[in-house]
Design a protein around this ligand. Structure first.
Ligand code: FES
Length: 96
């Protein structure tokens, strides 16, 4: 996994991790812009992490939100901003 995470303020509890694939296929499809949009619009309690291949190369740009285990595919920066506003601001839900 590539580390290039968003810093958080001391005392903040990370509630979620958002893995953003920046491997070749996703990068070619615009993953860097998705990463930027998530970092600009994201909840400060979600750590946005640049990741290696998530194994879904034909569906990029791909992200995986943990611990929710929610995948998003074929993202554009506008989608990423909506995810930041609508998903990352909600209480987390983990695997059942
Ligand atoms: S290159 Fe992004 S999931 Fe494989």
């Amino acid at each position: 996994m590539v580390s290039n995470s968003t810093p958080t303020a001391p005392g903040d509890r990370i509630r979620r991790w958002v893995l953003v694939c920046l491997n070749r296929a996703c990068r070619k499809a615009g993953a860097a812009q998705v990463l930027t949009a998530l970092r600009c619009d994201g909840d400060s309690k979600a750590e946005i992490v640049a990741a290696d291949c998530l194994g879904q190369c034909g569906n990029g740009p791909m992200i995986l939100v943990l611990p929710d285990e929610v995948w998003y595919a074929h993202l554009c920066p506008r989608d990423a901003a909506a995810i930041a506003d609508l998903h990352l601001t909600q209480p987390e839900f983990g695997p059942t």
